[in-house]
Design a protein around this ligand. Structure first.
Ligand SMILES: [Zn+2]
Ligand SMILES: [Zn+2]
Length: 344
């Protein structure tokens, strides 16, 4: 990537004429951040630019004494003759694609994105560009997401069945983004909803940022005689196999993730139920996104980079894998190393 508008350096993607980085993985002077997940919003840089709806969650991640400048979606800001704007990525609250324009040349860095319905964040918006840098976490043809409404109907039915069987429903999900999407999507009339502390803290930030979520009670403060058999409990995957779960008595557990599309992953997780719900783009969505940008050149990061780059090359595009360090996929927590075995 020499002499290009964006270059891959040992600190991350660098725009030399604008003198800033996008999602740097080492401290830099100026960072433009696509979203608040930990592999994208790393601590230690002097200044951060983020999409305005993500200000509160980014501040929580990076600390209150960090200089973080919010920018409204679609509103350009200029730096050394380089025009920067942020556009909705549909991934989590405040997630952005970064559009970079210099002397008529336009690049877009997707960050993580999805195209499916999610009432907790602004929907993905295609942005025309010459060069597109896309993620490929689920960049294999087997990954196709069912409509979210179908998945939520399954979750609601599972919750009701557990109530009848006298079991608490414990649903594991990533604490930032997925947990809130689940809350916004489940039928809150079925019963009380409780959250693990890590989830509850993010819920409060979402509410403070103007995202309406159903009421959630903090599980850690519930009275000892709580009847958990009617409850849905949303917890981070890190709470699995911990003593924290004992308070709920008999449980049925579920996991909401794109990896649940593959039966082998479900087995490895050994949860009672897997729900196919991802905050990343699936294969058809990725292909559509690339087409809609109109880009002639595509760089592929995050996941199945070689597969997607080869496929796009066969479609006549210039496409290359790009070895970034966005490999710890936040939604799956450490499942990234499992990519190659995901074919089973
Ligand atoms: Zn992410
Ligand atoms: Zn990521």
């Amino acid at each position: 990537m020499n002499n290009l508008l964006l270059q891959l350096t040992d600190r991350g993607l660098y725009c030399s004429p604008g003198d800033f980085y996008v999602d740097p993985w080492a401290p830099v002077d100026r960072a433009v951040i696509t979203h608040a997940h930990s592999d994208h919003a790393r601590w230690g840089s002097a200044r951060y630019l983020v999409a305005a709806p993500g200000l509160a969650i980014t501040r929580r991640r990076l600390g209150s004494d960090t200089e973080i400048v919010p920018l409204d979606y679609g509103k350009p800001t200029d730096r050394n003759g380089v025009r920067i704007s942020l556009h909705p990525a549909g991934h989590i609250l405040g997630s952005a694609q970064v559009r970079i324009e210099h002397r008529g040349e336009v690049w877009v860095v997707s960050g993580d994105y999805k195209r499916d319905d999610d009432p907790t964040c602004a929907p993905f918006e295609p942005v025309r560009c010459h060069t597109f840098i896309t993620e490929a976490t689920f960049g294999l043809p087997i990954y196709r997401w069912p409509p979210a409404a179908e998945v939520f109907a399954e979750i609601n039915a599972w919750w009701r069945a557990n109530q009848q069987a006298g079991k608490a429903s414990v649903l594991f999900a990533y604490a930032l983004g997925k947990a809130q999407r689940l809350l916004a999507g489940v039928d809150q009339t079925i019963g009380p909803i409780y959250a693990h502390g890590a989830v509850q803290a993010v819920n409060d930030l979402y509410r403070a940022s103007g995202v309406p979520l159903p009421e959630t009670r903090y599980a850690g403060e519930a009275p000892r005689d709580t009847d958990w058999s009617q409850a849905l409990i949303i917890a981070p995957t890190s709470a699995r196999d911990t003593p924290w779960l004992r308070r709920f008595g008999r449980i049925s557990d579920g996991f909401a993730s794109g990896w649940m599309r593959v039966r082998g992953q479900r087995r490895r997780r050994s949860v009672d139920r897997g729900f196919v719900l991802s905050d990343h783009v699936d294969w058809p969505g990725l292909m559509l996104a690339v087409r809609e940008t109109g880009a002639e050149r595509v760089f592929v990061t995050h996941g199945y980079t070689a597969v997607v780059a080869r496929w796009l090359s066969e479609q006549g595009l210039e496409a290359h894998p790009l070895e970034t360090r966005f490999d710890g996929d936040e939604e799956e927590e450490g499942e990234g190393a499992d990519h190659e075995s995901g074919h089973e």
